[in-house]
Design a protein around this ligand. Sequence first.
Ligand code: NDP
Length: 327
Amino acid sequence: MKFKALVLDQSGDSVTAEVREVDERLLGEGELTIKVHYSTINYKDGMAITGTGKIVRSYPMIPGVDLAGEVVNSDFEEFSVGDLVVVTGFRMGELYPGGLSQFARVPARWAIKLPESISTRRAMEIGTAGLTSMLSILALEEHQVVPGSSVLVTGAAGGVGSTAVSLLSKLGYHVVASTGRRSEEPYLRELGASEIIDRSELSTPTQRPLLSERWHGAIDAVGGDTLSNILLQTRYGGCVASVGLAGGANFSTTVYPFLVRAVTLVGIDSVMTPLARRELAWSRLARDLDLSLLDKMVSYVSLSEVIDVARRIMKGEVRGRVVVDMD
Ligand code: NDP
């Protein structure tokens, strides 16, 4: 079986990326062989493809943390040929071959059968970014951040941010969107943001133990000093979901937000989330995501355009979600 894939190789200290014809030897191991209909480009894919950080553990590697497609061979009785499935995370594209390939082979326990209302294309429009947003919302709900209250979303014009803004707005939250791209204000308002703030408002370090209370919850894709500042401005009993590091991995805090305001800081991981939690999140996505808003945030590219998009995502130039059509 020959098919096209994006392949990363290491040459000295640098990483090369090339779309080329490969065969089954580059596939992973598992009970399911999947004809990939669509994949996506997330921030982590941008890091892997551009060789930023140590994302990929061995070369050659097919990147791509997300895929959706059709089972073409199954050695597992719960899946049949023709089933439409989504697979995200589980270190695909890092340790195991990923989704930026016309075929993939994965363990059956990684795959989720798509709810009827979600096509393979929709599944990738949502992708890891949408799953991560929903996992964050589940965490906020579990910490009593209820609809009607205000929730901050940082990195709002990115993939996680855009899906978080639209989901929160549909669920009835007052959404405060933080962005470095003021030109994206009309887009963010269309997705449902009630307030837009400039990312610079949150990125300056302060020595103050606490700041005025502004939001009950937050979904933070930025990290660094932004996360420190978010904690200082979270209302009594509020909850902050730490999702990403687009602005930096290190942050500092005192114990005051926790001791004086009973704030909770929750970590969100979409990669190794157990299956039951994933299924819950996908069923909530099927129910709660406004598909007309999803249409506004997605662009489509072919496999040959992925390398260019990966470079742009690392510069913070990509808006919303990018879906890769594997045909
Ligand atoms: P995107 O590139 O789509 O979005 C990131 C956004 O962050 C940008 O659009 C930009 O938003 C903002 N941003 C970029 N650079 C900076 C900077 N230097 N300082 C402050 N803000 C910046 O990426 P994703 O949405 O795919 O991922 C966002 C983050 O979440 C990443 O760090 C990623 O690794 C992480 N992530 C974590 C997951 C998990 O399981 N925990 C799963 C998925 C992603 P704007 O222009 O609006 O300011």
